[in-house]
Design a protein around this ligand. Sequence first.
Ligand SMILES: NC(=O)C1=CN([C@@H]2O[C@H](COP(=O)(O)OP(=O)(O)OC[C@H]3O[C@@H](n4cnc5c(N)ncnc54)[C@H](OP(=O)(O)O)[C@@H]3O)[C@@H](O)[C@H]2O)C=CC1
Ligand SMILES: CC(=O)N[C@@H](CCC(=O)OP(=O)(O)O)C(=O)O
Length: 342
Amino acid sequence: MKKIGIVGATGYTGVELLRILATHPDVEITYVTSRSNAGTRVDSMFPNLRGFIDLEFSDPTTDALAQCDLVFFATPNGVAMKHTAELVKAGVKVIDLAADFRIKDLDVWSKWYGMTHACPELVEQAVYGLPEINRERVKSANLVANPGCYPTSVILGLMPLLESGLIDLDNIIADTKSGVSGAGKQANVATLFSEMGESFKAYGVGGHRHLPEIAQIFSLIADTKVDLTFVPHLLPIIRGIHATIYANANNDIDFQALYEDRYKNEFFVDVLPAGSHPETRSVKASNMCQIAVHKNPESSRIVVLSVIDNLVKGAAGQAVQNMNLMLGFEENIAINKPALLP
Ligand SMILES: NC(=O)C1=CN([C@@H]2O[C@H](COP(=O)(O)OP(=O)(O)OC[C@H]3O[C@@H](n4cnc5c(N)ncnc54)[C@H](OP(=O)(O)O)[C@@H]3O)[C@@H](O)[C@H]2O)C=CC1
Ligand SMILES: CC(=O)N[C@@H](CCC(=O)OP(=O)(O)O)C(=O)O
């Protein structure tokens, strides 16, 4: 059994890691942290985990984390970068669910995250943990930067078109909507039920930190700069991201076949039949990304619809997918589950 530590195990993504890993047959969660709940039993705070996790939350210390085989950081941006160098040196594998290691250009990172990087030497060697593009690199990685939730939905949604070179690169639009759990568990007036329920709004139109993350991957795939308009919206639901992506085709082929072929060997990307309209509820609590591609033969416009659960394929589920690859397990262990309805 591999020993697993989770830093930030009381947050939304941390507790989702606990839920998923509780039934993983090849790992044992040995150390879970929360500074504000140190000494509290996991199952007294999260009764859904009674009988599954027999641990107390601890204050995070690097010494205790160094006893693990793999550590997840489910913490705010800027936390993992302070511990990772020591852990990697001690032979511990690290997966950061935040953005400390996602962006290779440190000036760009500092501009969007408002910090100076504490561990710049490890940024280059960190592998961007989207297995659908980096599977082999993830397998041998010591440090994985788990992708952002919006980037996961948008990159998987557009990747077949970018790889094929069949779209114009100067007018792509990603119109994305997220459930409120994407904002995390900390108190915030804007995410109160009475503030965001029965309402719908865009935010970050002038700039959102996921834009440089998506742009970095798009440029790598297309091998040139890609001009993307990215507009996130806050949906009055708890879980789920729906991305509607618009691009102009410069050629007419069978786009449905292109998508089906690109993802035919991908366990966690499901290309729906032509004409489908994926729903966030069809991927709730599952690690699946469901995609539908729409192309009217009268128009050059392609519309791709992509849905994920922000806490699963957008965070904890994808992190476990990466963990499975890094530790040499079957990629879909513990995350091979259908969605929860209704
Ligand atoms: N929510 C989502 O849908 C997604 C989130 N992410 C990213 O994952 C990370 C976690 O997100 P989420 O679970 O929503 O966050 P939450 O705010 O819900 O939880 C944060 C957790 O981190 C702990 N924490 C906070 N500050 C520190 C610190 N300085 N040192 C150690 N532990 C700390 C908190 O516990 P305590 O303060 O008690 O120590 C808590 O357990 C973030 O970087 C987020 O951007 C990525 C994709 C999707
Ligand atoms: C609805 C909502 O507020 N979503 C968050 C993004 C989710 C997230 O946690 O960002 P990372 O994936 O980069 O860690 C936001 O827009 O800031």
